[in-house]
Design a protein around this ligand. Sequence first.
Ligand code: ACO
Length: 457
Amino acid sequence: MVIDNDLKQITQLILEAKEKAHQETSWEPKPEFTQSLKWPINCSIGPGLEGAIVCDTKIGYVNGSKGWLIYQGYDIFDLCAHSSFEEVSYLLFHGSLPTKDELASFKQKLNLYRNIPQTIRQLDSFNIEGMSPMASLRLGSELMRQQKGNLIEEHMQFLYPGISADEDSIPMEKKPIGEEKAIYEFESNEKESTELLDSCYQCIAGLSSIMGAIVRLRSGHLPLEPDPDLGFAANLLYMMSGKKPTPLEERVMDICLILHAEHGINASTFATMVVASTLSDIYFSVGAGIAALNGPLHGGANQQVISTLEEIKSVDNVKAWYKKLRAENGKVMGFGHRVYKAYDPRARILEPLAKLLVNDKPQMQEMYSIAKSIEAEVMEDMGNEKKIFPNVDFYSGIVYKALGIEPEYYTPIFAVSRVSGWTAHVVEYLKKNRIFRPRAIYVGDYLNEFISIEKRK
Ligand code: ACO
């Protein structure tokens, strides 16, 4: 009964957060960047490819000024309130929510692909304790590839046999000429798409088992076998900790996985797509996503949020800490976003969950209060003027900590979830694949006279 109430309360908290978001952001006028793409296009591009359009997609939509996050047409608030990570992953690939039968068969596949004892044995032969968890996860994706063997490479060539053009065969000194001539379009047949999808599912399921094994090996324990009776979120927690989670812990983890599954063409998704666009296989592509996510500008700010909260120690110290940080032009970790210039909807969901979880953890209540107090300071100082709001990383650290997860695992857990978004984008992009190849403006010298090494000064 208590459990049921907890779960109902979570749904209620998310729906309240949705209500608040909708009150604070107007649904009119119609959002930008939702028209179908017709190449070539004109767009203004800033540093870091800001403003560049790389493709059209139905998978995810982030509207930064309104604070919207939509997966395949569904509001993130509704998905978090009512669905599971498995349902959401299915949705990302297939564009519609699964029926009962479809979900059962999808879960069965994930269960099957979670079971990778050979890969885990191989992983165990490396010095996992001496490697960073992200490096180990990337190694794990490569080991999964080895298990699949070279079949995958052959498969990719077979799937897109017509592509022969490498980057140098594309004339670079001319302007883009538009879709008809520029896009290499190959439709795959059903069997081939199924094989690619299966490899994507294997990445999603396999990485969660690898994650579990990494945590176990780093804490001096033997990796555990997946439990086929547990759902994705519960199994991930079980394989990491050795304890079956409570329904509340499972539900919160599930929501965290849903929240991190997709976020448009962010750096790691783009990295994954760039590698896939060369027709490298899905495992190499996922490895690139993991590598990109490892950078502190992308994944990992939540780890730093926790260090900051621990360093501040008490709510009484927040004002002085904030004043000093601002005087030194420092950045508040977990605030601001490249796209969101409104409250990040993911932070709206995580904040009440953090509050709920610290309820029966007195030792963490001060941490939550410090976070709320920092939020108040930042919002007053920069909310209106600079549009700096909490991002997904601000409260996720507190949530993970309350679930008993060590900070070094926050970014790899992000990867375990985001792999569904990465691979869904690859599957969508490969249907109309063209190798990515932007240009640089050459600002160096040219036509220098060659001087032999003996005469160089
Ligand atoms: N604390 C203080 N000031 C900030 C912050 C912050 N967290 N974020 C932005 N600002 C200020 C900048 O100093 C800048 O001020 P100025 O106009 O006086 O120079 C202004 O707001 C605009 O900031 P930009 O850096 O241009 O914002 P941008 O959109 O390029 O950067 C970024 C976004 C990198 C996320 C930045 O906000 C930041 O460093 N935040 C802290 C790190 C963080 O939380 N990262 C996680 C992001 S979420 C994710 O990737 C999953």
